[in-house]
Design a protein around this ligand. Structure first.
Ligand code: PMV
Length: 351
């Protein structure tokens, strides 16, 4: 897969489309985002880098409803309420403020990824919502601006605006103004050499996570003695990762991704009280990955805010890796993903 693959949105959306539908895919970070320095603007403490997948898309439509007194949000066929509804309404408020309108909207979103299981449903969800809402409200944003906007819904969503590999810049550490801070934090595509990667996704538990990533990040930053060491080593990991990607060196990419993820989980385990997303089945999959490596198959694991494991390997080895992982966790479901497209209005080509 190559750098020039999915370039974002030529989609400068039609002004005031009033209704738009967008599709976005989840992404999995190889260098993790963990910890915010500004919760309101969703500014991360560290740069992160991910691969957008070609599985588990979210499709979201937004229709302006000038007659309505409030937003109506349906997620996977059910009326949203509580925190899920609040996050969507807050996001739409941001879009409305930019569009200079108070018109409410009807939002309908369908996920194909298990929601809340650390499989980045918020990334595909808010990337799709950003693209659809920006088009419906006629904001006319380019891909970089859409990435900044998606970030406000969920940090990792900034990366799902782009296909292939994407780097999300934390932005300037000491911005003079909120505007400068906002402008500095966005994702962009990352150049890679000849790499034909796959991520084998092992869903060992599709239930919702016990602690939200938002809460877990805050607690980790506030209380974990391991947070700062991980954040500073993550800078070096990112630099090495960029070199490894350019070189098309899947072993190096995998090693760096695995150590970065294990380090992130170490920061959480050292938080007070500890946040532990890893389950016994997670460790069983990690053992199977070690076994694959002992057998000479380059395979490396990464985990997010949940017990599920994503195993990076060569596309040519993906079937073998999937088989080994499935044998390790027979009750789990295993999926093979490749690099996927960026978020787009439906009916348009990928970016
Ligand atoms: O975007 P959020 O708030 O769901 O945070 C996700 C953070 C991780 O998935 C754990 C890591 C990452 O970079 O995606």
């Amino acid at each position: 897969m190559r750098a020039d693959l999915p370039t974002p949105l030529d989609a400068r959306e039609r002004p005031t489309a009033r209704r738009a539908t967008a599709v976005a895919h989840p992404n999995i970070a190889l260098i993790k985002y963990w910890g915010k320095r500004d919760e309101h603007l969703v500014l991360p403490r560290v740069d992160s880098l991910s691969m957008t997948l070609d599985v588990f898309p979210t499709t979201t439509s937004v229709r302006l409803a000038p007659e309505a007194g409030q937003d109506v949000v349906t997620l996977d066929g059910r009326a949203a309420d509580g925190e899920a509804l609040r996050r969507v309404v807050d996001f739409l408020d941001l879009v409305r403020a930019r569009a200079g309108t108070t018109h409410r909207a009807v939002v309908d979103s369908e996920n194909t990824v298990p929601t809340g299981a650390g499989l980045a449903s918020s990334a595909s969800g808010f990337a799709a919502l950003a693209v659809a809402a920006a088009a419906a409200y006629g904001l006319g944003l380019d891909a970089t601006a859409l990435s900044r906007l998606a970030r406000r819904g969920s940090g990792s969503a900034s990366r799902s605006v782009f296909g292939g590999f994407a780097l999300w810049h934390a932005g300037p550490p000491e911005p003079a103004t909120a505007e400068e801070a906002d402008l500095g934090s966005y994702a962009e595509p990352v150049p890679t050499g000849d790499l034909d990667p796959a991520l084998v996704v092992a869903v060992v538990d599709a239930g919702p996570k016990p602690v939200s990533s938002r809460t877990a990040m805050r607690r980790t930053v506030d209380t974990s003695p391991l947070y700062e060491p991980w954040a500073s080593s993550s800078k070096a990991d990112l630099a090495e990762m960029r070199t490894a990607l350019l070189a098309g060196d899947i072993e190096a990419v995998g090693q760096i991704a695995e150590r970065n993820a294990l380090g992130m989980h170490a920061t959480m385990l050292a938080a007070r009280p500890a946040v532990r997303y890893l389950a016994p089945a997670t460790l069983t999959v990690l053992d199977s990955v070690l076994e694959l490596r002992r057998d000479g198959v380059p395979a490396y694991a990464t985990m997010d805010a949940g017990p599920n494991v994503k195993v990076l390997c060569r596309r040519a080895d993906a079937a073998r890796v999937a088989e080994a992982v499935q044998a390790a966790v027979p009750a789990g479901s295993v999926h093979i993903a490749g690099p996927g497209p960026g978020a787009r209005l439906s009916g348009e080509g990928g970016r």
